[in-house]
Design a protein around this ligand. Structure first.
Ligand SMILES: [Zn+2]
Length: 291
């Protein structure tokens, strides 16, 4: 009998968790500077544990996910990161300081992505292949972003949510995986197209805003339209309705951040049972690219 050339189980649906807390988000960047992050009570451990319990309790199977971990979090909660990895999930990088890429120089970006990768690899004793930019802020105008990611040794990026949005970087990007000019693999998160318009359906605030049935319908539509993976994302703070409120933020930022927090976890659990999710590193496109 011939050996199986692809021993890793493949899946077309990837679920991802951006491991950051409520005070790291871009929506609050104008009222909470990074040098004050240590003053806020951090709830990351509890919320990551709750998400891992839900992943493990998926009816009929235990779901494995990709965790894009912020370096700031990994530095303070090393045991948590080791535990995520030990449970069979993929550890990837969400950068170190969660600054949007249009706010960084090339040197600052190099520092951020190489330090976060080295820290995570030291913690888990295994290579880190994936990167996700804060707030999907990769754009096409800074080719040094892709060059630095390649140079740092990343194999793929999942840093594009190709929809119109005031913070995201690249609304006209392809909706399916593609190679940047330097060969870096990019895997955008899921979008649906309705009446020639791109509709976000990959998670975050939209998952909290839409009724669950609509999210499910849009993801099914995306699966029919995209000849490629369906990538979904959630943040640990999104499942925590009891988190401290940042009253000094704008009305728009507070609405985006706080809408329907109490609905996220039950919806996530329905999502886990309605689709067959796996981790990014098991996507066929990642496996083929690394050959
Ligand atoms: Zn983030």
């Amino acid at each position: 009998m011939l050996p199986d050339p692809f021993p890793v189980k493949s899946t077309d649906y990837a679920i991802t968790i951006d491991v950051e807390d409520y005070f790291h988000v871009a929506a609050f960047e104008s009222v909470i500077s990074p040098d004050r992050w240590d003053q806020y009570p951090c709830h990351i451990e509890t919320n990551v544990q709750r998400i891992m319990a839900s992943l493990d309790a998926t009816p009929g199977k235990s779901t494995k996910a990709t965790f894009f971990v912020l370096g700031w979090v990994a530095e303070r909660y090393p045991a948590l990161i080791r535990e995520i990895a030990a449970l069979g999930h993929e550890i990837a990088s969400h950068g170190y300081h969660h600054q949007r890429l249009n706010h960084l120089s090339q040197d600052e970006f190099r520092q951020d992505v190489s330090a976060s990768k080295a820290l995570l690899e030291d913690l888990i004793g295994a290579p880190v292949a994936g990167y996700r930019a804060p707030s999907f802020s990769i754009d096409e105008n800074r080719p040094w972003i892709q060059d630095e990611l390649r140079e740092a040794g990343y194999r793929y990026s999942s840093s594009i949510n190709p929809v119109p949005h005031d913070l995201y970087g690249y609304r006209h990007a392809p909706r399916t995986p593609f190679l940047w000019e330097n060969g870096l693999l990019e895997i955008p998160v899921a979008t649906a197209e309705v009446l020639n318009r791109r509709i976000p359906c990959a998670g975050g605030g939209y998952f909290r805003l839409y009724p669950y049935a609509l999210s499910k319908q849009l993801l099914q539509q995306a699966a029919r339209q995209l000849a490629g993976p369906i990538v979904f994302y959630v943040h640990p703070w999104e499942i925590a309705p009891d988190q401290p409120r940042i009253q000094s933020a704008s009305v728009k930022s507070r609405f985006r951040h706080y809408v329907n927090l109490h609905r996220t976890l039950p919806r996530l659990e329905r999502l886990l049972s309605d689709f067959h999710w796996g981790k990014m590193s098991d996507l066929p496109v990642v496996i083929h690219h690394s050959k």
